[in-house]
Design a protein around this ligand. Structure first.
Ligand code: CP
Length: 258
């Protein structure tokens, strides 16, 4: 497990999944490895492939994960890059199915920054067949908007209320992601109308669910009371990181026939 960025949920869920599955996981930070001293990603991929059954990477540039995957002979899992966070979507989809059944044909609202999580929701909308309505401040639209096929129901605006109206699921994330800490103050001013509040949630369907990949900043992207409502499933969502990743690792390492 290569971590160039901080993590609680991703690290603990992958490590626990491996241990409970009868394996082991090795945590590598830039401080401890030659990657942190400039050893090429491609060389590291070739070496780790000869020692491990899978590689998980959390890093900044998505190209790093792609280079690892290109030169690795074992599966490489994206544990978050600046562009995508697919493992979180496995847990989010599992959580929706557990609480409300199939998400196909339902409406999901993404409110806040058009970040890596938003891009992964765009991918999930294509894979799972739900309608996605995204609202971000102008200039913060997700990069993934440019790659959507016309068959996919993804709408973009700068209006949080429009996104949330009749939504079955409302999702947000921090306004300044890891690596954007120096922008936090400026983003706070730009994003304050995009807070998921109880008033905003009242525009959604009565059986709406609320999700946030965590960590959350109460009083910023989400009103504190929203996290504690019965329709907030953020703790199940976090817990499902473990179960979803167990399934992912079993499929990748043991094979789908296991
Ligand atoms: N949601 C998520 O990826 O959490 P961590 O940053 O704690 O891993």
């Amino acid at each position: 497990m290569i971590f160039d960025k901080s993590s609680t949920r991703t690290r603990v869920s992958f490590e626990t999944a491996m241990v409970e599955g009868g394996g082991a996981a090795i945590f590598l930070s830039p401080r401890d490895t030659q990657l942190g001293r400039g050893e090429p990603i491609a060389d590291s991929a070739r070496v780790l492939s000869r020692m491990c059954d899978a590689i998980m990477v959390r890093t900044f540039s998505h190209e790093v994960a792609e280079t690892l995957a290109k030169y690795s002979t074992v599966p490489v899992v994206n544990g978050l890059t600046d562009s995508f966070h697919p493992c979180q979507l496995l847990a989010d989809m599992q959580t929706y199915f557990e609480h409300r059944g199939d998400i196909k044909g339902r409406k999901v609202a993404w409110v806040g920054d058009g970040n890596n999580m938003c891009n992964s929701y765009i991918n999930a909308a294509q894979q799972f067949g739900f309608a996605l309505s995204i609202a971000t401040p102008p200039g913060y639209e997700p990069s993934g908007l440019g790659n959507i096929s016309s068959a996919v129901d993804v709408e973009y605006s700068n209006d949080p209320k429009r996104a949330v109206v009749n939504a079955n699921l409302v999702v947000t994330d921090v306004w300044a992601s890891m690596g954007q800490e120096d922008e936090a103050e400026r983003r706070h001013d730009l994003f304050h109308q995009f807070q998921v509040s109880e008033a905003l949630l009242s525009e959604a369907r009565s059986d709406v669910l609320f999700m946030h990949c965590l960590p959350a900043h109460r009083g910023q992207e989400v009103e504190a009371a929203v996290l504690d409502r019965p329709d907030s499933v953020v703790w199940d969502e976090a817990g499902n990181r473990l179960h979803a990743q167990k399934a992912l690792l079993e499929m990748l390492i043991v094979g789908s026939a296991a």
